[in-house]
Design a protein around this ligand. Structure first.
Ligand code: BG6
Length: 505
């Protein structure tokens, strides 16, 4: 890392640039690499955040050379980059792009990869540092990890770091995630393992920590004395796209509830960390995840659904079972809603309603805290008929920002109180655009900053909350909902059972 001896290492205002290093991507021809990783590498280079001595290596089965790979990388970066295209930036990157062809069980290919790394050390001065990104199905992890172990590629030494980046899903349940963690931990030391949950790379998710812990306004009321309930929504209007093979085996709960939504819950409910460091933040999140309780009455408070044919934005949308590659009798859920509890002094008794779904009316992710109603209102009941709960809503995406909803007098000669909204929008307050989640997370991997990456214990605690739901749902039919609707009726009934309603964001 370029360091200035006069600078406090905790000073995060100046951009940090990683030490010379290489990024090796397994599964470079996949969707994630094309749409997210390669553009993120370009965007970082364009922002001057990659070291001068940087190399990018792709590993895949395709019969390509460096030139073909560089061309694919260029096309992907150009198509999906966030920042303006500058040919000279790409040209500089392209000079240190390498491709290694082979399958994961091919010893020879891994020897070549080790050789390519060693060669780049001499020719490009990468200092022996390398991050290995496993953008591959989890079933492939064992063979790739073993190859890295065999070739000594995974070994960090005092002179060089070696890190591994693992994509979700981290297993399919608690036992399989433990197995996976053991496997990774046998090859890399815990500090060198980076588990990506790209929601943690989103600007608004990080702002949640700023909102809570940099202000005095919110924290005193951030507890069960004042908060009536919390709703965390991750709604998508898209269907499953071309991912039937993965999705039909996975379902909404394993795909996003176990990771993105429970991480949002953890950040919402956690105590203040002693300092803003990986160790302290992860420790506080873990405590929350361990305190998560699943509903005892699952029939009412754990609802899963599957979309049927319907209409979205004026277009007819197919039902899930009619999607290409989906089993026509599939019982996989595309919607999940659960009432969790957090059994701590701060949150006991406060329901955390989490929901996610595909083919809902719009794409929106938000965290909404709904506050208790005033114990007494000195107005006539008719004056406050349109007054709801005060709410604080953190909009993760799109239209990133924070909204405070509270009652206000309607102008006029009579007393009438109605809800109004005070809105903060990132787009209006700041001129800088937010980096993409992968840009931020990739940079953090190269810097060795693990703050935004869940620890293995967090992953396991999250599975411990999901496994009982999966057990309960196994062999049952998901509730149907029409594409373009806000999920199944049973989900509405779940909140109605406690006198509440889902927000309509
Ligand atoms: C991924 C899920 O983790 O997140 C997808 O596998 C989902 O099913 C995606 O569509 C949503 O990400 P984002 O950043 O578009 O909200």
């Amino acid at each position: 890392m370029t360091t200035n001896p006069l600078r406090d290492p905790r000073d995060r205002r100046l951009p940090r640039v990683p030490e010379p290093c290489a990024l090796v991507v397994f599964g470079i021809t996949g969707d994630l690499a094309r749409k997210n990783l390669l553009p993120a590498v370009y965007d970082l280079a364009n922002r001057g955040l990659l070291p001068t001595n940087f190399a990018l290596l792709g590993f895949a089965r395709r019969d390509w050379g460096d030139v073909e790979f560089a061309e694919l990388a260029r096309t992907a970066a150009r198509e999906h980059a966030r920042t303006p295209w500058r040919e000279e930036v790409w040209e500089r990157l392209a000079s240190s792009v390498r491709f290694v062809q082979g399958s994961f069980d091919d010893d020879n290919a891994f020897d070549q990869l080790a050789h390519a790394l060693a060669e780049l050390e001499g020719s490009h001065g990468i200092g022996g540092n390398a991050a290995f990104y496993l953008s591959i199905p989890p079933a492939m992890f064992p063979v790739v990890l073993k190859q890295m172990q065999r070739t000594g590629m995974a070994d960090s030494t005092p002179d060089r770091w070696r890190r591994v980046v693992v994509e979700k899903p981290f297993g399919t349940d608690l036992p399989s995630s433990r197995e996976l963690n053991e496997l990774v931990d046998a090859v890399f030391s815990a500090d060198d393992v980076f588990r990506i949950d790209h929601y943690l790379g989103k600007e608004t998710v990080q702002n949640l920590l700023a909102l809570r812990f940099a202000n005095t306004l919110f924290e005193p009321i951030w507890n069960g004395h004042h908060v009536d309930s919390v709703q965390i929504t991750m709604a998508e209007d898209v269907g499953i796209g071309g991912r039937a093979g993965f999705y039909d085996q996975t379902g909404a709960a394993r795909d996003v509830l176990q990771n993105h939504l429970l991480q949002l819950l953890a950040l919402t409910a956690m105590e203040e960390p002693v300092e803003f460091s990986a160790e302290e933040i992860r420790t506080e999140k873990l405590k929350v995840l361990r305190a998560v309780s699943v509903p005892t009455d699952m029939a009412t408070f754990a609802v899963r659904g599957q979309y049927e044919q319907g209409w979205l934005a004026g277009q007819r949308a197919r039902g899930y079972r009619q999607e290409d590659g989906v089993d026509p009798d599939s019982t996989t859920e595309t919607y999940a809603a659960v009432r969790f509890g957090v059994e701590t002094r701060r949150w006991a008794g406060v329901p955390f309603y989490l929901r996610t779904g595909k083919r809902l009316p719009r794409r929106v992710t938000e965290i909404a805290l709904s506050f208790r109603k005033a114990p007494h209102l000195p107005f006539a009941p008719t004056d406050t008929e349109e007054l709801g709960h005060n709410q604080l809503v953190i909009r993760v995406q799109p239209d990133e920002g924070v909204t405070l909803k509270f009652g206000s007098k309607v102008p006029g000669s009579v007393m009438e109180v109605r809800d109004v909204a005070m809105v903060f929008l990132y787009g209006e307050q700041f001129t800088e655009a937010s980096p993409e989640a992968y840009e931020r997370l990739l940079l953090d991997v190269l810097l060795g900053d693990a703050t935004l990456f869940p620890r293995n214990a967090e992953v396991e605690a999250s599975w411990a909350a999901i496994d009982p739901l999966e057990e309960f749902w196994a062999g049952t039919e998901p509730h149907p909902y029409r594409a373009g609707e806000w999920g199944p009726r049973a989900a509405e009934e779940m909140l109605a059972a406690e006198g509440r309603q889902w927000r309509r964001p």
